[in-house]
Design a protein around this ligand. Sequence first.
Ligand SMILES: [Zn+2]
Length: 397
Amino acid sequence: MALAAGPEAQIGKLVIRNIGLMLSGALEAPILDADTLVAENGRITGFGRAKDCDTGDARVVIDAQGTALAPGLIDSHVHPVFGDWTPRQSQLGWIESCLHGGVTTMISAGEVHLPGRPRDIIGVKALAITAERAFTNFRPLGVKVRAGAPVLERGMVESDFAELAASGVKLLGEVGLGTVKAGYEAKEMVAFARKYGIQSTIHTGGPSVPGSGYIDADTVLEADADIIGHINGGHTALPLRQIRCLCEGCARGIEIVHNGNELAALSALRFANELGQLGRVILGTDSPAGSGVQPLGILRMVAFLSSFGEIPAETAFCFATGNTARLRALDCGLIEVGRAADFVLMDRAQHSAGKDLLESVRLGDLPGVGMTVIDGIVRTTRSRNTPPAERIPVIVA
Ligand SMILES: [Zn+2]
């Protein structure tokens, strides 16, 4: 089955065999005893040892060639606008480029980079609904961009959140990027959002770019959003004692981003680890940003936190997969029957000092991506962006 035949030709049963390492995405058991995975119509239907799996009548068979399979990576914090274009750096194709870095799902933290974005309430709602629809209908190379994240503005009332939810909006943009910056105001609106099933994230730290805001730990704790957005700043971080307060003072998601302060990132990881709460740690890039877009940003965070943070690589991959899926109630991110068949296949990069994928990441090297799969369909083969993998999977039928 040639990739050139297009995604439609792959609909049906997918078998991936000869997997050298299967990462589950689940912190409690990050490595599975399995070398074969089966998916049907975009969902995982089985995995395990080849002899125990139903591999007959497959539409597509992939020989993983001994490479590692992980759930597709999730970027918990992006700022898309429309299409595969970002006005922040006037760049085209950034979402596809991130897929080449293993990212199969992205979560919008607000479409704030839209030139002339509306700040009146009806305009805020219209933009969020439009973005949600647009990215549901438009998936660059299959990447799932969960967008339509309104930025809170003063004057929004409960009925606005009810209306947003009824219109399909499931996320709030980063609290603090609009006129709502005080803890007591944010708290009321975050609670309205939660009441109607809308998830929330709050900006943490100094302003990211001119026009953005400063949010300290007291405000974050008072607002009580579901995710402590970029706890390591975006890029300017809070003092480390405040970051410790955030980790200790609530049970919300601890989001660490690429476009943040690296020392604060390591500190937040250490605080979460000391609390025995690594399940709260999730990763984002916060791109596009002043530093541009980073197609390998999530892989870089995994390698950075594993190597400098002294965390096993298989655990660090959970931060970018299962942890995010659980905290954000996504149907991907874990190797479980019934979950979305979204995968990244990787191997140790050529000439890495590490003897295998996990050791190479633990030593700070990036893996080589050899293939991505979304909804059971092969989307890319050898990555155009990562260092070349030692081995790459092949489509054999
Ligand atoms: Zn921010």
